[in-house]
Design a protein around this ligand. Structure first.
Ligand code: GLN
Length: 201
């Protein structure tokens, strides 16, 4: 096939940053707000933002089930921060009744790093890269447990808590607790694009 058609969930979140990152990698990605746009997608990015608002808007625009179905039926998807929350099958510390699209067999704790360390940056070692990734965490979730089909790509040592998982992959679905879209490091987007290409062939 030609270049894959990649959409960014655009009902809420830092959509532009993902579009810019993808365009720097030569991909002309587009914003997804409606069904016709989702239908054009070979792959999807769920951005950082506010997961509670994302859910509300996806419901309000009658897009929730369509997104969830595409992800669960194998569409390659990259979720970052709130996007990771959206992709988690199980959620802790959500607002009452907070739904997720699901697709990743993980339990995620929302706003897990707590108020004192609301936002921070750090170098995170990845199993898939030689050098650490400089990661920006903003009211970030962490992953509390993963199912058997999920590969842990990165963890961080949280003082007084222990190691916590911050990046995972299950088949063609990848998620990070932090925001690769706000840094100049394009390795995570490139890794995802390679996965999209590999899945399509
Ligand atoms: N705390 C946000 C949420 O619950 C996620 C924050 C982010 O994406 N930077 O959705």
């Amino acid at each position: 096939m030609g270049s894959p058609s990649i959409g960014v969930f655009a009902l809420q979140g830092d959509v532009r940053e993902h579009l810019v990152a993808l365009s720097e990698l030569g991909v002309d990605a587009f914003a997804v707000r409606r069904l016709e746009e989702l239908e054009r997608c070979d792959a999807l990015v769920m951005p950082g933002g506010e997961s509670t608002t994302m859910v509300k808007l996806a419901r309000a625009f009658d897009m929730f089930d369509a997104f969830a179905d595409r992800i669960k039926t194998g569409m390659p998807t990259l979720g970052t921060c709130a996007g990771m929350i959206m992709l988690a099958d199980r959620l802790r510390d959500g607002v009452v009744g907070q739904e997720t699209l699901g697709g990743l067999d993980i339990t995620v704790r929302r706003n897990a790093f707590g108020r004192q360390v609301d936002s921070f940056e750090g170098d995170v070692g990845f199993t898939i890269f030689d050098d650490p990734v400089h990661a920006v965490f903003i009211r970030a979730p962490w992953v509390e447990d993963v199912g058997p089909g999920v590969e842990v790509l990165a963890s961080v040592a949280v003082p007084g808590v222990g190691d916590r998982i911050v990046a995972v992959q299950q088949g063609p679905v990848v998620a990070t607790s932090f925001h690769p879209e706000v840094s100049d490091d394009l390795r995570i987007h490139r890794y995802f694009l390679d996965l999209v290409t590999a899945t399509a062939t």
